[in-house]
Design a protein around this ligand. Structure first.
Ligand SMILES: CC(C)(COP(=O)(O)OP(=O)(O)OC[C@H]1O[C@@H](n2cnc3c(N)ncnc32)[C@H](O)[C@@H]1OP(=O)(O)O)[C@@H](O)C(=O)NCCC(=O)NCCS
Length: 178
């Protein structure tokens, strides 16, 4: 049976999973102490995620990872649904930042996030080595957002606006599974 637990003590025991999503340990240290860490178990440990407060209206998903052999089985989505429900009473919006990796962007869009904005040179300025994901160098951070309190489907105007924004951020020749 799937169960999700909030982890209070000894958060570093999950470092192997956290490093799948964020490969530099000192970057993880910056948010792990103040962040809320959740672990998903289905018999044994499958996924973790970390959420931090940003301000009175916004929180940010800082890390989410599923062990490689269990990816694509719905555990990541379950964790996102769980934290979306948990934080909707406290925050209006959940942000998540990621590299320009089409598969990860598709994952978040599949889980109800929409593209918000870009932070130029985040990865080249903040990490001590060049980082690559699916063969693409990570340079800018792409932020996506999820409205926690009004979990509606986007209107047609909203969808068109979102598509324009997405096309301006993600080059058309990138392979993104819709
Ligand atoms: C990203 C990650 C957390 C997703 O976790 P997961 O447990 O595999 O996700 P799920 O199985 O719940 O997938 C949820 C949805 O996203 C989609 N999805 C998942 N991985 C995807 C991929 N690589 N490409 C496109 N869509 C993807 C799934 O198809 C699913 O949609 P569906 O339910 O409509 O089929 C996992 O792949 C992972 O740990 N990756 C390495 C760490 C990482 O990069 N974390 C993100 C850092 S920003």
């Amino acid at each position: 049976m799937v169960k999700i637990e909030k982890i209070i003590e000894n958060k570093k025991q999950f470092l192997d999973l956290l490093l799948l999503a964020d490969e530099q340990e000192n970057m993880i240290d910056k948010y792990l102490t103040e962040g809320d860490l959740f672990a998903l178990y289905d018999d044994d440990l499958k996924s973790v995620c970390v959420v931090v407060p940003i301000n009175s209206e916004t929180c940010e998903l800082k890390n989410i990872a599923t062990y490689e052999r269990y990816q694509g089985k719905g555990y990541g989505r379950k964790l996102i649904n769980f934290i979306s429900n948990l934080y909707k009473y406290e925050y209006k919006t959940m942000l998540v930042g990621t590299g320009e990796t089409p598969s990860i962007l598709s994952f978040y869009e599949n889980c109800g996030f929409e593209i918000s904005h870009r932070l130029k040179n985040f990865f080249t300025d903040n990490y001590d080595h060049p980082m690559f994901e699916d063969g693409i160098q990570l340079i800018d951070m792409i932020y996506l957002k999820k409205d926690l309190q009004n979990n509606r489907n986007l209107s047609q105007t909203g969808k068109t606006k979102q598509k324009k924004l997405r096309d301006s951020i993600i080059p058309k020749d990138s392979k993104i599974t819709e």
